[in-house]
Design a protein around this ligand. Structure first.
Ligand code: ATR
Length: 271
């Protein structure tokens, strides 16, 4: 019988998760299908209990339910606890909430940069995506600086990084022209998403080795073009997205996810 997996969120229409997971099921020869379900806030609990009752194989959770879904989990993984958000539900008798964003970021950084210990990293933004990035960087032994439009949120994230044993600093976006002083620069803000805006220009970036943009629509953001002009290696946001999805698949199936095929399918869907 065909197994069913899916995503709950609102909106979900433009999600790349169905494309990449269905590609994975096909490569793995699994009789399974992944669907996107639009679920409103008031219905999250019913959706989770319903999915468990129906024998759904596993769910991803996206905006705006990543925090509220925690109330409907019987247990949480360590990463979900640290991040304070859940993006993956495992139905294992009870409902376990996981967060694969941290591992997705860690794997993407390891793939593109290699060993990170001692790296000086600058994170722009202090929202949900930044949290996963900062936890991954702190655990890998980076020195982390967080700059955000709302400075208090940057301070909270720096505190989180220090709690994990990292050296950490914070400030406002007015300090962003210092980007070139860092080895690794990561944009986690939504600036540049479906627009040609950028928080950094080539002159700010000169001196940095790597620029990651968590934005993947478009794949080549203006920030990444500025990075190339500054002589830095640009890394788009698709790898992080695919690798967090791959980790969800690993949790649900205990199988090695076909990352290359998943990434190819997602890249093709982006056009
Ligand atoms: P996500 O889950 O994608 O991280 P989020 O939690 O809403 O989304 O975080 C969005 C991030 O982008 C925040 O750091 C936000 O800054 P504030 O904390 O000050 O709101 C940042 N951001 C969004 N629009 C921005 C803009 N126009 N200029 C600078 N930062 C912006």
């Amino acid at each position: 019988m065909e197994e069913v997996y899916g995503l709950i969120g609102d909106p979900v229409e433009h999600s790349l998760s169905p494309v990449m997971h269905n590609a994975a099921f096909s490569v793995l020869g699994m009789e399974a299908r992944y669907h996107a379900f639009r679920v409103e806030g008031a219905e999250v609990g019913d959706a989770v209990r319903g999915a468990a009752a129906l024998g759904i194989g596993g769910l991803n959770v996206t905006i705006p339910h990543k925090r509220s879904v925690m109330d409907h989990c019987d247990s949480l993984s360590d990463d979900a606890e640290v991040i304070g958000a859940v993006n993956t539900l495992e139905f294992d008798g009870g409902v376990t909430g996981h967060n694969t964003d941290v591992e997705g970021v860690r794997l993407a950084l390891e793939r593109e940069v290699g060993d990170l210990s001692g790296t000086r990293a600058l994170v722009l933004g202090a929202g949900g995506a930044a949290r996963a990035v900062v936890v991954a960087l702190a655990r890998e032994g980076c020195e982390v600086t967080v700059l955000n439009r709302t400075v208090e949120k940057a301070a909270d994230l720096a505190e989180l990084a220090r709690g994990l044993g990292a050296e950490a600093d914070h400030g406002g976006l007015d300090e962003r022209s210092r980007a070139g002083e860092f080895d690794l620069v990561i944009n986690t803000t939504s600036v540049g998403m479906e627009s040609d805006e950028t928080l950094l220009e080539a002159g700010d970036i000169e001196g940095a080795s790597y620029v990651f943009d968590a934005v993947y629509r478009p794949l080549e953001t203006r920030l990444l073009r500025e990075a190339v002009e500054a002589g830095a290696t640009p890394v788009d946001g698709l790898g992080m997205l695919v690798l967090q999805g791959a980790e969800s698949l690993r949790i649900w199936t205990d199988r090695e996810p076909p990352v290359g095929e998943m990434e190819r399918a997602a890249r093709k869907a982006l056009g």
